[in-house]
Design a protein around this ligand. Structure first.
Ligand code: OGA
Ligand code: MN
Length: 297
């Protein structure tokens, strides 16, 4: 057994971010040396792709726990209203048959087609999410990921200076609330928080824009003006040069850093192809975040 050096290899998949990690079976116990390689790669590359892992829920949870506490989800259609550590992204019912397009789980799935960062509406926002394949469609249904770090780095210095220090208000509910039906009123009210618009990675200091669909206002700005600024920055972050589109293969697992990437689901033929991915979310540690002090917001 090789306990001193890691046999893991890390290969970049995109000019700006995303690496594929090979040479390790993540279902087996992980050595400290191996975890260190993965942790460093995660901070450096923002998104890690692992092929041929074929996780089940227990092994996915066990691997993700190396990064920290797992989030317990809010009750929503993706977990069948049973909050736990696993969210299921699927177009299939319990019987394995296709769900109708108006089923709450399908409506919930469609929300994910907006660029977002997972759990940015929580007071302590997520560190990372892992989405792992159970059933993948042959075409479509990619997960797109965008580097909000590369997008930040490309902004002119004066623009960066104007944005730094701003605070955004994030809501669990989307601006177009039509597909927020079914969430508990209490959850909607509770999940209104603020976060800095620009966040630095505590390991390497690299900064990123923290925007996406849940970010909806800028504190101290008229709501529409703040919304326009957030929309402009989200569009900036998700330009093609900052985007990696992950085509799912059987056995895949993708881990992304929610602090510095945005992601979205993409469409596929939901009445023709089956798709089932299980997500675990690793909780963050955000001393810079707090509940928003906005009554009724
Ligand atoms: C998620 C998500 C995208 C997808 O699980 O958080 O946004 O492609 N999923 O299913
Ligand atoms: Mn998501």
């Amino acid at each position: 057994m090789d306990s001193i050096e890691s046999r893991i290899t890390v290969k970049r998949l995109h000019p700006l971010f995303v690496a594929e990690v090979t040479g390790i079976d993540l279902k087996l116990p992980l050595s400290r040396a191996d975890f260190r390689v993965i942790w460093e790669a995660f901070n450096e590359h923002q998104v890690l792709v692992f092929r041929d892992q074929h996780f089940d829920d227990d092994s996915q949870i066990a691997f993700c726990r190396h990064f920290g506490e797992l989030e317990t989800m809010i009750a929503h259609p993706g977990n069948d209203w049973n909050p736990g550590h696993i969210s299921v992204m699927t177009n299939l019912g319990k019987d394995g048959n296709f769900l109708p397009a108006d089923h709450p789980a399908m409506v919930h799935r469609a929300r994910n087609e907006d660029w977002h960062s997972d759990s940015s509406f929580k007071p302590v926002a997520a560190l990372a999410s892992m989405l792992a394949a159970r059933i993948v469609p042959p075409v479509g249904g990619n997960t797109d990921l965008a580097s909000a770090r590369a997008a930040w780095a490309d902004l002119p210095a004066e623009r960066q200076a104007a944005l730094e220090g701003l605070t955004a208000l994030h809501r669990m509910t989307l601006r177009d609330a039509a597909n927020d039906k079914g969430y508990k009123e209490e959850d909607k009210q509770r999940h209104v928080v603020t976060h800095p618009l620009v966040r630095a990675n505590p390991v390497n200091g690299r900064k990123a824009l923290y925007v996406g669909a849940h970010a909806q206002e800028i504190v101290g700005m008229p709501p529409e003006e703040g919304a326009r600024l957030i929309e402009e920055l989200t569009v900036h972050c998700t330009q093609p040069q900052y985007v990696y589109s992950h085509h799912w293969r059987d056995g895949d697992a993708v881990l992304w850093d929610n602090r510095c990437t945005l992601h979205r689901a993409t469409p596929f033929e939901t009445a023709k192809y089956k798709r089932k991915l299980h997500r675990t979310t690793i909780a963050g540690k955000s001393p810079d975040s707090a509940f928003a002090n906005v009554p009724g917001a």
